[in-house]
Design a binder for this molecule. Structure first.
Ligand SMILES: Cc1cc2nc3c(=O)[nH]c(=O)nc-3n(C[C@H](O)[C@H](O)[C@H](O)COP(=O)(O)OP(=O)(O)OC[C@H]3O[C@@H](n4cnc5c(N)ncnc54)[C@H](O)[C@@H]3O)c2cc1C
Length: 413
């Protein structure tokens, strides 16, 4: 089989197929992990908006922590835990709902009092009135490329061939099904092809005449210069009313978040050479987000910026992964629809997709993530729904936008 794209989702799918003794070739247009996966914040989050995603997220945390045991390659993971914080009554109610449903779905999450916040979260000056949840299962990976490298090493250890700097230029069909791929260097015959091309997933599917319903949207974060105000052992924090996430990073603080009016990006409309480096970054967006928490986390707004990076989320109309067989073209599969969680859910998504590909049976619930679930949505609708999902990443109900919620949409990550 061939996997197109050596990001977290493609490599995990390839690795799990290799572990199931499939012969796998991964073809990557640039270098492995150089696009969205290598720029991720590295956060894993056990509290999710539905039961399947909760299961996938928690399974992924376990797989990350035990990576060496099943993949044969070490992986360093920071077992930090995380706080979810709400400073408005509306968001407090939202977190109370998440507490109830996440606990029902098996996540370890509990209410955190002001003393716990003050005692365990040095970079956050609590006003004492916020409502907080503590999620001890949550972890992060300090440098996202370390997960990519671990996948790469494990793939090679288990016999997978990874071809880098070699774009796929065609997907061949024979007798109504997929027959392989053409790259700039060679033809590869394969009965199964997985489109894991991240922000390029639609144009890769179009090489086979197929349509995958996803809309790439820009996402950005910054890392401040090292500062004594941040203890590297501190946990992750998500201030949900501000749509901001924070964690210690390289001796400073990582600050990322979700603007209300995000920037959609369509690589199909850009030059053929378009890469993540061509995504226009705007530090002003992060400054606005940091200003929302300036009273509690002054360092987020005041410390010098050591790194500003960004890339593309592939947003789906309902905010859920898009993973499974492409309708009407046997042999073509998709591993995408990250909606901002593709890095952290990649261990379990790759595992589940590999089981589906190799057995022909969808693991429980996975059929609900199949790409055919949306029917034929016009591009403009797809983009509008993707932007909505992005803008409401942490608060799908607080803005009074329920009426605009795409049909069937679920909550945020
Ligand atoms: C700033 C930022 C922060 C993020 N933070 C988090 C986080 O904390 N937690 C989390 O879970 N997620 C996070 N994400 C999202 C996460 O990065 C993505 O969900 C994940 O990396 C998607 O993986 P992927 O394999 O689908 O995409 P990618 O990593 O983009 O991989 C796709 C690959 O396909 C290749 N490709 C494209 N076209 C072709 C072709 N024709 N031939 C061959 N190869 C091709 C590309 O070059 C690329 O390397 C973040 C994203 C960004 C941008």
């Amino acid at each position: 089989m061939v996997v197109i794209g050596a990001g977290a989702l493609g490599l995990s799918t390839a690795l799990h197929c290799a572990l199931a003794r499939r012969s796998v070739v991964v073809v990557e247009r640039f270098s492995a992990g150089s696009q969205a996966s290598g720029r991720a914040a590295g956060l894993f989050k056990s509290v999710q908006a539905d039961e399947l995603r909760t299961w996938l997220a928690r399974r992924s945390i376990v797989k990350a922590l035990t990576f060496a045991d099943w993949a044969g390659v070490p992986l360093e993971v920071a077992r930090s835990g995380s706080f979810l914080i709400a400073r408005t009554a509306q968001h407090r109610n939202y977190l109370l709902r998440e507490l109830e449903q996440s606990a029902r779905w098996g996540a370890d999450v509990c209410e955190a009092g002001p003393a716990q916040l003050a005692g365990e979260l040095g970079y956050y000056r609590a006003a004492g009135e916020e409502f907080a949840l503590w999620c001890p299962e949550d972890v992060y990976i300090e440098e996202p490329l370390s997960l990519v490298r671990a996948y790469l090493d494990a793939c090679r250890l288990h016999g997978t061939v990874v071809l880098e700097n070699e774009p796929v230029t065609g997907i061949t069909r024979m007798y109504g099904r997929v027959a392989g791929v053409e790259t700039t260097e060679r033809s590869i015959t394969a009965p199964v092809v997985v489109d894991a091309a991240g922000g390029w997933v639609r144009q890769v599917a179009e090489l086979a005449g197929a349509r995958v319903p996803l809309a790439p949207v820009r996402h950005q974060l910054l890392i401040t210069a090292p500062t004594p105000e941040v203890d590297p052992a501190d946990p992750i924090t998500r201030v949900v009313d501000a749509a901001v996430y924070l964690r210690p990073a390289r001796g400073g603080l990582m600050v990322g978040g979700f603007e209300a009016d995000p920037l959609p990006v369509d690589p199909r409309a850009r030059a053929a050479s378009f890469s993540t480096d061509d995504v226009l970054l705007n530090l002003g967006v992060l400054e606005v987000l940091a200003a929302r928490i300036a009273a509690e986390v002054p360092v987020a707004a005041s410390a010098p910026v050591a790194e500003h990076r960004g890339g593309l989320f592939t947003m789906s109309p309902d905010g859920r992964f898009v993973a499974g067989p492409v309708p009407d073209l046997p042999g073509l599969w998709v591993a995408s629809g990250c909606n901002g969680s593709g890095f952290s859910s990649s261990p379990a998504i790759g595992e589940a997709l590999a089981a589906w590909i190799t057995s022909g049976e969808a693991p429980a619930g996975m059929e609900t993530l199949a790409p055919g679930r949306f029917g034929a949505l016009p591009d403009a609708v797809l983009v509008a729904h993707g932007m909505w999902q992005y803008a409401h990443y942490y608060d799908p109900v607080s803005s009074g936008a329920e009426a605009a919620t795409p049909a069937g949409a679920s909550g945020p990550d």
